[in-house]
Design a protein around this ligand. Structure first.
Ligand code: ADE
Length: 241
């Protein structure tokens, strides 16, 4: 079972609409639709915006569906000139940029209970996601994705997050899912298509480009699932003759 989490319905709609034999259930207000996509058993959830909903969703998915991996698909604001609107950020690692116990001497971003600032994505999944993303006609960057309970729409905040954490994109769920994946030892990766520049232009650009950006991320996830099928067949030494 592969777990796929998106924040908003417009993000998960594309993938749920192409699921074979869909079964839907709702837990704590979050819809989970399971079925078969590109030959793979999947469960697709629309978690809602922000870290708490994302964590509730990922933990529930883990306990209820026992996924062998988690993917997060969606949109993000860019934190680097290397990523323009419509380009793709593949997470190499995640940080929660609003996690801050520096007043008691900790470094910014530290999740103090487990002494971690950065949560890594699974390297094999990152590689496959990156290969799939490169098939789109757009720029692709691998890097740190910064998560926080803010829609970043100010140049100063954008620069602070980029500089402090070396992050390439910002969003509101990926780092929370990463923490859940880490404590439960689930391989995890995320892809985010850039919808805005996380500065004063962000609210307008987000509204204009979120639809196309969502479709691009979902298309890459679909290609990823198809690629996984081929890789699994290859690993089993499938006899084609
Ligand atoms: N998701 C898409 N754009 C974003 C932004 N600028 N800040 C946070 N999350 C986002």
């Amino acid at each position: 079972m592969i777990g796929i989490i998106s924040a908003m319905e417009k993000e998960s709609k594309y993938l749920t609409s192409v699921l074979d034999s869909p079964r839907r259930e709702e837990i704590s207000g979050i819809p989970y639709t399971s079925g078969v996509l590109e030959g793979r058993e999947c469960v697709i959830a629309t978690c809602g915006v922000g870290k708490v909903f994302a964590a509730i969703c990922a933990q529930t998915m883990f306990l209820r569906y026992a996924p062998s991996m988690l993917l997060n698909s969606g949109v993000a604001g860019t934190l680097t000139p290397k990523l323009k609107i419509g380009d793709i950020a593949v997470a190499q690692k995640f940080v929660q940029h609003d996690m801050d116990t520096s007043a008691v001497g900790d470094p910014p971003g530290l999740v103090s209970g487990i002494r971690k600032i950065y949560f890594p994505a699974d390297p094999d999944l990152v590689q496959l996601l990156q290969d799939c993303a490169r098939k789109e006609r757009c720029g692709v960057q691998i890097g740190c994705i910064a998560t926080g309970d803010h829609f970043v729409a100010e140049q100063a905040e954008k620069e602070r997050i980029a500089k402090r954490f070396g992050a390439v994109a910002c969003e509101m769920e990926g780092g929370a899912i990463a923490q859940v994946a880490y404590v439960n030892r689930i391989p995890y990766a995320a892809i985010r298509t850039i919808s805005d520049c996380a500065d004063g232009t962000a609210p307008e650009d987000y509204a204009a480009f979120v639809g196309e950006a969502v479709a691009r991320s979902a298309g890459v996830v679909r290609r990823f699932l198809a690629g996984l099928g081929r890789e699994a067949a290859f690993a089993r030494g499938r006899n084609c003759f």
